[in-house]
Write a protein that binds this ligand. Sequence first.
Ligand code: ADP
Ligand code: MG
Length: 240
Amino acid sequence: MIRFTGVSKFYGDFQVLKSVDFEAMSGERIVVCGPSGSGKSTLIRCINGLESYEQGEITVDGQRLGKDAAALRKVRNQVGMVFQQFNLFPHLTVLENLTLGPIRARKMSSGEARDLAMRYLERVRIPEQADKYPRQLSGGQQQRVAIARSLCMEPRIMLFDEPTSALDPEMITEVLDVMVELAGTGMTMIVVTHEMGFARKVADRMVFMDHGEIVETAAPGEFFTAPKSQRCRDFLDKIL
Ligand code: ADP
Ligand code: MG
């Protein structure tokens, strides 16, 4: 579903991705971890073309991500993304946040879009918040709205970039629970997170990044009990 071959990316002289090889199969759930500044956000932002790259090749569902604007559009339609900072439209209600994409990009009628939105709000367990504005919700509720909004575009891949890092501790579980449920539907998911309980529960594969490289990739059982590299052991010692 996703393939990176020798992908390098630079910010000026600074190389943020160093010849990255990476693959995700359809339905696979991958958790990406690593120190701050190691290139995790850059890696997943490349998957939906939010970042360009200088060397190598990225293909998503058979589309090569490069200069071709039509291919980029196709990929973006299939890839949903959830950010640390929710990124909801503050001047729109929850329901309007959810129906905007389906109406504009998927050309749904407002009635159809509304039904779809309510279905996904039920999935994330906050249908009663439909008419509120984002600022009236807790952080955990806002993040669940952001997840529902992405799902309304019916993507084939969901990317999460530290979705619980901005949340108060008591709200982390309600968001992770929704993500665990989503994992159960067979969605292809790439999740940057340091929530290792979540990783153990849902990850098919762990990816550890450091200094722009994928240093290690392994099944969670092996990753947590017998990390191969010293860098990975040091990192796990700090966060576990
Ligand atoms: P992570 O998500 O693992 O914390 P990022 O992918 O955000 O790492 O960033 C990796 C490195 O690239 C960091 O050192 C960061 O400072 C640098 N970086 C990220 N975005 C930019 C940018 N737009 N311009 C210059 N450097 C950047
Ligand atoms: Mg990041």
